[in-house]
Every structure is written in C-alpha cells, then in structure tokens.
Design a protein around this ligand. Structure first.
Ligand SMILES: C[S@@+](CC[C@H](N)C(=O)[O-])C[C@H]1O[C@@H](n2cnc3c(N)ncnc32)[C@H](O)[C@@H]1O
Length: 286
C-alpha cells in the first residue's frame, strides 16, 4: 500500500467571538456523484438553506436557464451551484468535523499554554531516532531535538495536516480505524521507527489495542510508545471510548510493551480530569 502524502500547506482562519469558539459550516465542493447521492437521499433538489452565498442566486439562474431552454447554461450554472453546498454538523463525517476545527479553532486541543509547553518539552526529551507523531492535528508535541533524526506526522484529517506546524516534515493521511478493520500500515516497514507518540487521540479510536499492536510492529528494539491523554477531555460526539489510564496501560502491556504510567499534573484549578502519560517500551517477545 502506498502512503498518501499531504504536501500542500494552508492557513488557519480562527474564529473567536466574545469568548465563544464559533464553528461555521464551510462551503463544500460535493461533486456530481455526491450531489446524486444527496438527491437520492432527500428525494429533492438542492434547497436554498443547503447553499452558501452565492449558491442561491446561481441556483435561481440555473432554473431560469433551464426554463428558457438553455440547457448548456443550466448545466454550467448547476455545476457552479453545487460547489457552494454546505452540510450541517450532524451530516459531516468525523474527518470533516476535525477539518473545520483545524481551520477555525482559535487554539488547539490539549492543556493550556504553559502546561502545553511543559508537555511538549517532556515528550521531545523522551523522543529519539525516527519518530511517528500519530493523530497529530495541526500542532506538534515534538519540537526540534538533536536526538530526533526524522519525524513523520500522521492524521486522517487533510486540513489538519495542511496546517501542521512543521510542514517540512513528512505528512501522511491515514485513518487508523482501518487497522481495526484488519489492515496494516504497510507503507511503514517493521521496526522502522524508534518512537511513536499519540497525544489526545486514543479516546477517538474504537480499538486502541490493535493500533498499539501495529505501533509495536513498526517500532525498533527498545522503541518507545508515548501515549498522552486526559481523563475528561474531548468531543463527546466523536469519542469512541473514554480514556481510563489503567485500562489503557493494560492494553499497551498486552500489545507487547513494558509500561510506566505517570500522572502529569497539567490540569489547572478550574479543570476537571487529569493528564496521564503511558510510556511503553517494546519488549522483544510480546
Ligand atoms: C484531539 S485532536 C489531537 C491533536 C493533537 N495530537 C493535539 O494534541 O493537539 C485528535 C486528532 O486525531 C485525529 N484523528 C481522529 N480520529 C482519527 C483516526 N481514526 N485516524 C487518524 N487520525 C484521527 C483528528 O483528526 C485530530 O487531529
């Protein structure tokens, strides 16, 4: 299987109003196939609420053109119209929801700023050799380090990878849920990484164990798996499983690692929950 590289770079456009984070529906180029599906699903044409400006006016013009018999103009206008289709939040797939956040979220996920820096320093310190930052989002928890030879960022959200802090790093688009369906990340050789890090991600996986097994395969002898997560954070509509440090450390162990668990003390007074690091060192015989 060939990896899907993201090589483009895009800007974030954070929206922050009056202390509330806003997420606006982004116009979506659905394409004709998706449009056909939409019609099949709803049994009717695009309606004005599904269209972002200038979609409604284009749709009116398309209708006018069709009525007047100018089919070619109608086709062209209709093709333009569907570029301005929007989906409601509920209709969006998880990567699309993450995509909106990558583009529009003012900050990022994880602890607040000074604590974030602390976590980043700690993980950078623990990383060595070739590093995989899985479920990386648009920020990185691995800074520059002499001990890190190479870093690959992986996420299933193109918008996040396009806005990843270090665009010069290799960025791979991949849905880790495919591993639960029996796939392997064949584009990574056995024992080709020395460190795998995953911050604020495992609660979005339906079967973290099989993913840990796959990380075990790609890690070198004595390679390190660094799992950081909070017990109380996340987007409830997308979370697959609440993060329980004890349960997760057992899964990491069962996947073939010796395990150390650390409570990180990154939570502020007004926050609930706690951040944990589960540090796995690859055992040679799981
Ligand atoms: C809460 S964010 C954490 C991002 C970053 N690690 C951080 O702490 O700032 C979760 C990230 O996981 C990614 N993600 C969620 N499900 C995924 C999956 N099945 N495969 C790959 N990435 C996924 C999302 O796109 C998002 O960037």
């Amino acid at each position: 299987m060939e990896p899907v590289y993201v090589r483009t770079i895009a800007e974030r456009k954070p929206i922050y109003r009056g202390g509330i984070t806003m997420f606006l529906d982004l116009p979506l180029d659905v394409g004709e196939e998706a449009h056909a599906k939409w019609v099949e699903r709803y049994g009717k044409e695009f309606t004005f609420p599904n269209l972002r400006s200038p979609g409604p006016s284009l749709l009116s013009q398309a209708r006018e053109a069709l009525i007047s018999g100018d089919e070619e103009a109608a086709d062209n206008l209709f093709a333009e119209t569907i570029k301005h289709t929007i989906k409601s939040y509920d209709e969006k797939s998880d990567p699309e929801k993450w995509g909106d956040m990558a583009v529009q979220l003012p900050g990022d996920w994880g602890p607040s700023l000074p604590e974030k820096r602390k976590l980043r320093e700690m993980l950078t310190e623990l990383a060595h050799g070739r590093v995989l930052e899985a479920m990386c989002g648009f920020n990185s928890y691995f800074g520059e380090s002499d001990r890190v030879t190479d870093l690959v960022a992986l996420d299933f959200c193109k918008e996040a990878l396009e806005r990843y802090e270090y665009p010069e790093r290799e960025r791979i688009l991949y849905d880790l849920e495919r591993i639960a369906e029996g796939e392997r990340m064949d584009f990574f050789y056995d024992e080709s990484f020395d460190t795998v890090g995953i911050v604020a991600g495992v609660n979005y996986l339906s079967d973290a164990f099989v993913v840990y097994r796959e990380f075990h395969r790609i890690l070198s002898r004595d390679g390190r798996l660094l799992v950081v997560n909070a017990t109380s954070h996340g987007y409830t509509d997308m979370i697959k499983k609440d993060f329980e440090p004890e349960e997760q450390s057992k899964l990491v162990e069962a996947a073939g690692f010796s395990v150390r668990v650390e409570e990180l003390g990154l939570t502020k007074e007004n926050e609930i929950g706690e951040y944990f690091l589960i540090e796995g060192t690859k055992l040679h015989k799981p």
